[in-house]
Design a protein around this ligand. Structure first.
Ligand SMILES: [Fe+2]
Ligand SMILES: [Fe+2]
Length: 193
């Protein structure tokens, strides 16, 4: 069930939400897309960022992953920004809004590239969702990256959440929300070593 705070705040956001729901793998939608949207809205409220921009950017931020099957850092965010531009143009969004959303998507992999408040909100929300749903990352690790290889799956997952903690969660408010969850996840992932 979609938490109330992730209900789309505008008609445009509702259309982007419907697109993500229709195209993303259901478990990925539930364990990653929805949490990113929820954290984006929450953080936008806390830091005074533009909710409309971050909400639309959050629904579409991984469009390269679920529509174009582009999974790699470097291409994933650039192709995603490009594809989001096309989608938003078709939906009739104005050019300035499209630019702001596309820039958020382009910077969502590494917080060191984020400059506006909205860009920092999205990359922080993405990092928070990784840490909160470490079970999703571990599932991906065992299913797609290292099938049947527990130790390497753990190592890969740990690298992902370390990166999220160090380089994605750039907002202080987000760091506070992530601190305990990060410590717990690290404890689980290192307990067998
Ligand atoms: Fe992504
Ligand atoms: Fe993501």
């Amino acid at each position: 069930m979609v938490p109330e705070h992730t209900l789309p705040g505008s008609e445009l956001a509702a259309k982007c939400a419907a697109l993500a729901r229709a195209e993303a793998e259901p478990i990925y939608y539930e364990r990653h897309i929805l949490p990113v949207v929820a954290y984006s809205i929450e953080l936008a409220r806390e830091v005074g960022a533009d909710r409309k921009v971050v909400e639309v950017a959050a629904w579409l931020h991984d469009i390269a992953r679920f529509r174009l099957k582009q999974l790699h850092r470097g291409t994933h965010e650039l192709k995603g920004a490009e594809e989001a531009r096309k989608v938003l143009k078709q939906l009739g969004a104005d050019a300035e809004f499209i630019d702001r959303v596309a820039r958020c998507i382009q910077c969502h992999v590494d917080g060191r590239q984020a400059s506006t408040l909205e860009e920092k909100v999205l990359v922080s929300a993405d990092g928070l969702a990784h840490i909160e749903h470490v079970e999703w990352l571990f599932f991906v690790a065992l299913r797609d990256q290292y099938p049947g290889d527990l130790k390497n799956a753990e190592r890969w997952t740990r690298q992902k959440i370390d990166f999220a903690w160090k380089h994605k969660i750039v907002l202080r408010q987000a760091k506070e929300k992530a601190r305990q969850k990060y410590a717990a996840a690290i404890k689980i992932l290192t307990s067998s070593h």
